[in-house]
Design a protein around this ligand. Structure first.
Ligand code: M6R
Length: 609
């Protein structure tokens, strides 16, 4: 989604802003722009397309300060230079970059047109620059505060005022904004990645706060104009973590990081109590005894995080013997949802900023429910606003396609289910077995990754198929959904995931020689059933690719291609079965020459509805 960076200090803002924009590229965007104060005037450059296009359109040796810059992911108005940000007021006094959506922009636009302000773009953002200009009588603080009280919707904003070349202003409601405090310089950004090369000292702007920065100091105020004290945090992030290193794409790097990420998710053992066959998780903010009063669990998320939430619900039901269901946050949010007092909710989100998940969490909390976060990004809104939770510690995930966050989210759910399950029905010996199985997972993932060439060849063989069916049952059903999502999002091949059990109730009509079916078949409860479902496809001349963890003769006969992953307990099997699916999607997209890390139309963090 859109990205923001602003700089105030003694250095030329241009290289800092351009480098910051490049570090925001992963979020997904379709145009970019930069605005500077130069010789007491605003100088704005905007370009549709990649940052490289903007860079090459900039005049040579361009310099200026302070400056603001933006990557835009179009919502209101088409993708073109004019609609890119910054948007400048028609009197030339105010420039703004904006993440989010202004709901009442039409009404405000009518009013501003009557006042004589002109509009060039189709964006809701231009309303903001004109509104601030209309409220401006020489005092930026008064103008911004008055204007944001008139805005309805979500925003992360950074302003430049032509009359105040020593000032950078930020405001937030619903879209993240972070201040970086440097040595005689300040940065404002939507994402810590954009500023970490310059400073690791940061603080967060909260909703309905406005921040005023000069190169040496900051002042944050709320809507009542009271000053809000801010505590500076030290960001624990190495640049190498947000760079590709020797990998051709972030996605491949992140797929290969999974053995380490899973280890970090179980705290390198620190979250495990092997002698007692259980797990311990700090940060839950729930006394252990309170778990006896919880009688139902609802896990929520979107996209890949939702599929992890489905697996989480399965694990909690199976191991912790609690009725557990998963829901798409975007749907739950608009239902007249019933929040039982004995229910516990989990909001799953890599970024911790997904608006659908955040809004659903707030809705549940408003109805008195308790929501724990399962997040990757520390300091994110869901992590901060949840009633407790567990960080997955997967490390920064840059590629739009989520991979290591998925396996880490599952790992954390396993720990939770084990911890609660051990309090109830899981005997110590079984708990120890789960821990042994979990310890063995990183090495088993390595063994799959070592065979990535086999998957590359498989992807090459099937790359010209226009449709794919992904099927599984039980705990691997969400993995089938995830495999289909991975393939469609980065290769643009139409792929759908199904419960293999439900398939014959309609979707079987899709089977043909041209539409390969990818099955996940693991040893356990539903193995024989999956074999039966494969027979149904074969009988209709469908081609079958199978990911399995058991070398079975019938399975071999039914499969046109078979990839065996190491064996593990069925409940842990998604941690292994998903790896070949991630690699399959990756190599297919590479074979088809797609933009793997920044697929079309997509954003890493979806902060709009
Ligand atoms: O940051 P989140 O985990 O909340 O993101 C949720 C989804 O937008 C995300 O998982 C999306 O589906 C991925 N692009 C899938 O690869």
């Amino acid at each position: 989604m859109c990205g923001i960076i602003g700089y105030i200090g003694d250095r030329n803002a241009v290289p800092i802003l351009i480098e910051g924009l490049k570090r925001l590229e992963y979020r997904g965007y379709d145009s970019a722009g930069i605005g500077l104060i130069r010789r007491k005037r605003l100088d704005v450059h905007k370009k549709e397309g990649k940052i490289a296009s903007l860079e090459s359109a900039l005049p040579e040796k361009l310099s200026g300060k302070p400056g603001i810059a933006h990557t835009r992911w179009a919502t209101h108005g088409g993708v073109n230079d004019t609609n890119a940000h910054p948007q400048v007021s028609s009197d030339g006094k105010v420039a703004v970059v904006h993440n989010g959506i202004i709901d009442n922009y039409c009404k405000l636009k009518k009013k501003l047109l009557k006042e004589g302000f002109g509009f060039q773009s189709e964006t809701d953002t231009e309303v903001i620059s004109n509104l601030v200009a209309s409220n401006y009588n020489g005092d930026p603080e008064e103008a911004v505060q008055k204007s944001i009280s008139q805005l309805e919707g979500t925003y992360g904003l950074v302003f430049l005022f032509t009359d105040h070349p020593d000032l950078l202003v930020g405001a937030r409601n619903g879209s993240p904004l972070i201040v970086g405090v440097g040595d005689k310089e300040m940065l404002l950004a939507s994402d810590v990645n954009a500023i970490v090369a310059h400073t690791r000292q940061i603080f967060h702007i909260e909703d309905r706060e406005t921040v005023f920065l000069d190169k040496r100091s900051y002042k944050t105020i709320n809507t009542k104009n009271s000053v809000v004290a801010k505590e500076i945090e030290q960001v624990d992030l190495e640049l190498a973590e947000i760079e590709k290193g020797d990998f051709p794409h972030f996605m491949l790097k992140e797929i290969f990081e999974q053995p380490d990420a899973v280890v970090r998710s179980f705290g390198g053992g620190g979250r495990l109590l092997p002698d007692f066959g259980t797990a311990k998780l700090g940060g839950l903010n729930i006394e252990k005894q309170e778990f006896f009063d919880i009688n139902r669990i609802v896990t929520i998320g979107m996209g890949t995080a939702y599929y992890a939430a489905m697996i989480g619900a399965h694990l909690l039901e199976n191991m912790a013997r609690l009725p557990a269901t998963a829901e798409q946050a975007a749907e739950l949010r608009y239902r007249n949802v019933i929040v039982h007092k004995d229910a516990l909710f989990f909001a799953v989100s890599q970024s911790g900023e997904t608006l659908d998940t955040l809004a659903a969490m707030r809705e549940i909390q408003n109805r008195g429910g308790r929501v724990l976060g399962i997040c990757n990004a520390a300091g994110s809104t869901i992590a901060r606003e949840s009633d407790g939770g567990v960080f997955i510690h997967a490390g920064p995930e840059i590629s739009v396609a989520s991979t290591k966050a998925f396996t880490s989210q599952i790992t954390v759910f396993l720990l939770l289910a084990l911890m609660i399950g051990r309090m109830k029905n899981i005997p110590v010996s079984l708990g120890k077995n789960y821990i042994d199985e979990l310890w063995a997972i990183p090495d088993k993932i390595h063994r799959i990754l070592d065979r990535c060439e086999e998957i590359r060849q498989l992807a090459d063989k099937y790359r010209s198929s226009n449709h794919f069916l992904f099927m599984a049952r039980g705990i691997n059903y969400p993995v089938a959904l995830e495999g289909a999502l991975k393939l469609k999002e980065i290769s643009y091949i139409h792929a759908e995931g199904f419960s293999a059990g439900d398939f014959k109730h309609g979707p079987i009509a899709l089977v043909s020689e041209e539409t390969p079916a990818l099955f996940i078949a693991v040893k356990g409860e539903t193995f024989e059933k999956v074999l039966g479902n494969m027979e149904e496809i074969k009988a209709r001349k469908g081609r079958i690719i199978t990911i399995a963890n058991v070398d079975d003769e019938r399975l071999r006969e039914l499969s046109d291609d078979l990839f065996l992953v190491p064996e593990t307990d069925e409940l842990l099997s998604p941690l292994l079965t998903v790896i070949p699916l991630q690699l399959f999607a990756y190599y297919t997209a590479v074979a088809l020459k797609k933009d793997v890390d920044q697929p079309r139309n997509l954003a890493k963090t979806v902060t709009v509805e």
